[in-house]
Design a protein around this ligand. Structure first.
Ligand SMILES: Nc1ncnc2c1ncn2[C@@H]1O[C@H](COP(=O)(O)OP(=O)(O)OP(=O)(O)O)[C@@H](O)[C@H]1O
Ligand SMILES: [Mg+2]
Length: 316
């Protein structure tokens, strides 16, 4: 056995540090390591033992809080909904990288399976997706006023809009930290709450997965050919007004597919206000990644609602 492990761990294509990590931290009976993807965010590997598959992901410096964010959301979803997501086994640091280990789901992505699916199966999966979205909206309310604040370095990645909006919040909080004058502090607070006022009045933000695309939907076939849908990759999950996920989904699917997503959504939520969807569309275009979308990275490197954080710091 020892020889076998050694041979596998020496296999090509797998960087040395990954082999070393597996050897040091995932000793038990590993028989194979394979690379799944090396995309924009995570480097993902399957680590197989004799009877179990693990998924190991590494994140670089700019994305070092992703494992903590992903675990936070996966656990929230597992504990509050019937939406299927993988179980997170552990997170941590190795050299200058952050890692996430989760259970491997035995299945294929929707992207890989799409052409093999029978029409009925595809309709069923999309309908289930609609139901999942409705579950987030009904069960995962993120906070009435502020939503989350996300680490600057994450949200400034690849979208200048994100960077701009985050810097606005940072700027305002910076003023508050500096001022010694109570009157001035109140003015700043007013300005802040005006900026965020629509959240106070207009919406009760819920979890939105944000990146429901075909590679983040994993299909698992059961013994009687039933299909389970797992959602992956809450890397850019955010809080947002209701219905936002429908629009996120809309952009990823053909209109015909979208009809089935709507069907599932309606069956769970009962209604769908087209007018609201129109309003949200504008709102999302302007503001998807803004204040309401954010998580605050706290000292212990976990995530926290920004409202709680600000209360704790005496800023609200
Ligand atoms: N728990 C899991 N079980 C099985 N496969 C998984 C699991 N998690 C991720 N994968 C596979 O790895 C791929 C990438 O994972 P994920 O979506 O979490 O990372 P990502 O941030 O999108 O990274 P990338 O930019 O490389 O796609 C998925 O599309 C899927 O094929
Ligand atoms: Mg992905």
């Amino acid at each position: 056995m020892a020889l076998r492990i050694k041979a596998v761990l020496m296999s090509e294509d797998i960087p040395t540090f990954v082999r070393k990590f597996v050897k040091a931290r995932m000793k038990s009976n590993v028989v194979n390591i394979s690379r799944v993807s090396s995309g924009k965010r995570a480097d993902t590997y399957f680590v197989d033992s004799k009877n179990k598959r693990y998924v190991l992901q590494f994140y670089g410096q700019n994305l070092r809080y992703q494992p903590s964010k992903r675990r936070y959301i996966y656990e929230k979803v597992r504990n509050n909904t019937k939406v299927l997501v993988p179980e997170v086994i552990s997170i941590g640091k190795f050299r200058n990288l952050s890692y996430l280990i989760m259970e491997g789901i035995d299945g294929k992505t929707f992207a890989d399976e799409e052409n093999e699916l029978k029409r009925k199966e595809k309709e069923y999966i999309l309908e289930t997706l609609g139901k999942y979205i409705a579950e987030f909206q009904n069960k995962i309310h993120i906070g009435k006023r502020f939503g989350w604040i996300e680490d600057t370095r994450i949200i400034s990645q690849g979208n200048s809009n994100i960077g701009y909006l985050k810097s606005e919040v940072t700027r305002i909080v910076g003023w508050l930290n500096k001022t010694k004058n109570e009157r001035q502090a109140n003015l700043i607070r007013d300005y802040f709450s005006e900026k965020l006022g629509y959240l106070k009045k207009d919406c009760n933000p819920v979890l939105t997965w944000s990146e429901i695309n075909k590679t983040n939907m994993l299909l698992q076939r059961g013994s009687s050919d039933d299909i389970k849908l797992f959602l992956l990759d809450p890397g850019s999950a955010k809080s947002a007004p209701k219905e936002i996920d429908l629009l996120a989904a809309e952009s990823e699917f053909a209109p015909k597919d979208y009809a089935y997503i709507m069907k599932g959504y309606k069956s769970k939520n009962g209604k769908l206000d087209k007018k609201n969807l129109e309003i949200y569309r504008d709102y999302i275009m302007a503001d998807t990644y803004s204040y309401k979308t954010m998580l605050k990275e706290t000292e212990d490197k976990d995530y926290k609602l920004v409202k709680d954080y600000l209360v704790e710091k005496g800023m609200l």
